[in-house]
Ligand binder design. Sequence first.
Ligand SMILES: *Cc1c(COP(=O)(O)O)cnc(C)c1O
Length: 354
Amino acid sequence: MVHAPARPPAGAPPVRINLYSDTQTRPTPAMKEAMMRAEVGDEQHGDDPTVHALCDRMAALMGKEAAMFLPSGTMCNVVAILTHCQKGDEVIAHETAHILTSEGGTHAALTGAQITPLKGPRGMFTADQVRAAIRPRTRYAPPQRLLEVEQTANIGGGAVWPLEQLNAVAAVAHEQGWATHMDGARLMNACVAAGIAPKDMVASYDSVWLDFTKGLGAPLGAVLCGSSEFIGAAWRWKQRLGGSMRQAGLCAAGCLHALDHHVDRLAEDHANARALARGLAQIPGVVVEEPDTNLVFFDVRGAGTTVEELQRRLMLKGVAVSGLGGRVRACTHLDVTAPMIEEAVGHIREALAA
Ligand SMILES: *Cc1c(COP(=O)(O)O)cnc(C)c1O
């Protein structure tokens, strides 16, 4: 059994137009410079000043009391759910949620929580659906503990939850005494697209995290935010999982640089995604979903080919896309320009005509 990531096919040229994922951005020269200049200490010991600066800034941005720097977004979800839940507790989430589909079963393996999936278009569900999922508090039912949402919803198409809907589902959870957690891997994309400040977007969520390795373009790092009590408790899990770091200020400096320079420009990624969707919609047999943010999902079965075959043909042209949930996913990000989008549409048209 092979679990390691696949390497590129032999004979493929280097990737020139990388729409595979917004995780594949390379740190810019200015970001690297900021990282090299960083003042550092021992993060695990609590004395890395750049990590403190990042956490203070993130707590303020999200309107929460405290924040914690972690190596990855996945570890933010794992630490958060371990902190909110006990073995046997129930988490309510969308059926396409990253915690359910893409974290290797970690919440069953490590927390021992069960995740109940809700359905709904574009990675979202309604307050009525949450209400319908409430169980009687008997010894038969699992203790319901946590409601989880993804903003933006990744497999949902990079969809942005409307603020009223985020607040409405959280209100049902809080009425029941459950906690609320937001997977904000691409939260800034949602805030820029909707024109809503992060602290307003996440106000009804007890914990929230932001990934710096997606559209924000940092090489690693994610920040989990919540109450001082929550973050205090989360530190035990960070330590247990080996997520406490040393001179992590090097990476935190890249994240601070991203907050200063890579947030407003997400609007360009969204414009490029819309241009890509418009171009793809002109290709016979392609069904494309209108993007809210930087993720463009399209179906090529009507063009008589498979996701894998299209990926293979595009790799030979130096263009990378991914497959997710039976569809093709193309991501725009800071290493993708408007001319590249135009070129990519041409290659996709050609590959589908072949
Ligand atoms: C990427 C992603 C994660 C995981 O983040 P990593 O930094 O890759 O561990 C979690 N949730 C969503 C919605 C994501 O897109």
